[in-house]
Design a protein around this ligand. Structure first.
Ligand SMILES: CCCCCCCC/C=C\CCCCCCCC(=O)OC[C@H](COP(=O)(O)OP(=O)(O)OC[C@H]1O[C@@H](n2ccc(N)nc2=O)[C@H](O)[C@@H]1O)OC(=O)CCCCCCC/C=C\CCCCCCCC
Ligand SMILES: O=P([O-])([O-])O[C@@H]1[C@@H](O)[C@H](O)[C@@H](O)[C@H](O)[C@@H]1O
Ligand SMILES: [Mg+2]
Ligand SMILES: [Mg+2]
Length: 214
């Protein structure tokens, strides 16, 4: 879905992002500052609004702050300051933000005696971090890994929808929603491992064939 959103709404989304990014640059913000601010807002909402049960406010604040992850890249591009460190900072802050949101939800659920849902939130937290880790490690070993049914935007939107359903009183929304997200995130880990295993095995077979020829 992330790819669909990226391509189908590209012109409109890009125009909106660039307009907002120009405004943010004009008031003196930098891309890296935007990356930090977005994460700080998400962490603050996760440790303050979620545990205290202000779930609607948390969802609104986190949704708005999550969009800063799109602005920071646009700001870097438009200011000509795209950097490898910026990319590293962006990905690192994403892990912090994802961890904070799911830890906040787990804390809220466990504190309110929803043990199964709390355990599922912890599962989602770990699976979400591992999904990103497999891709990053694979890339560091020289193999691209652009696959997976629930990438970050899907996971965030999934958590948002589960929260809305729970707030609206849908029975077992936390258990079913977070359980499903845990399964899909785990499937994504498997998809990435399988993809990288195949690509790495092919590369290594080619390397050995080349070595035998020389
Ligand atoms: C409330 C729930 C209701 C659900 C409805 C939500 C409606 C949402 C509607 C539309 C969603 C639109 C989503 C758009 C998706 C876009 C597709 C996509 O894949 O985007 C990826 C981005 C950004 O990735 P990345 O950060 O890697 O790209 P950048 O462009 O930023 O960086 C690129 C390069 O730029 C350089 N650079 C960057 C930064 C920097 N400082 N320096 C740099 O140099 C560098 O070279 C980089 O490589 O994706 C995301 O991950 C953001 C997704 C945002 C989607 C938000 C949706 C949020 C919805 C709900 C959240 C609810 C949370 C609920 C919490 C509940 C609490 C109780
Ligand atoms: O791996 P994943 O968490 O689904 O999605 C990832 C993002 O969260 C990360 O911040 C970005 O830099 C990666 O390129 C990748 O797209
Ligand atoms: Mg970003
Ligand atoms: Mg990001």
């Amino acid at each position: 879905m992330a790819k669909f959103l990226k391509t189908s709404g590209r012109a409109g989304l890009r125009g909106f992002l660039d307009g907002a990014a120009r405004g943010l640059l004009r008031i003196g913000l930098t891309a890296n500052a935007m990356t930090f601010i977005g994460t700080a807002v998400i962490v603050a909402a996760s440790v303050w609004l979620i545990p205290s049960g202000h779930l609607v406010a948390a969802t609104i604040v986190i949704t708005c702050a999550a969009f800063t992850d799109l602005f920071d890249g646009a700001m870097a591009r438009l200011s000509g300051k795209t950097s490898r460190f910026g990319a590293l900072l962006d990905s690192t802050m994403d892990r912090v933000a994802d961890g904070a949101v799911l830890a906040g939800i787990a804390f809220y659920l466990l504190r309110n005696d929803m043990a199964l849902a709390g355990a599922f939130a912890l599962w989602c937290l770990i699976a979400s971090e591992v999904v990103s880790y497999v891709k990053a490690r694979s890339e560091s070993l020289g193999t691209e890994c652009p696959v997976g049914i629930v990438e970050r935007p899907e996971r965030l939107i999934g958590v948002g929808l589960v929260t809305i359903a729970a707030v609206a009183g849908v029975p077992y929304a936390w258990e079913v929603g977070l359980g499903l997200l845990g399964v899909l995130s785990t499937v994504t880990v498997a998809q990435r491992l399988i993809h990288s295993h195949k690509a790495m095995s092919e590369d290594e077979a080619e390397d050995s064939a080349d070595a035998r020829q020389n």
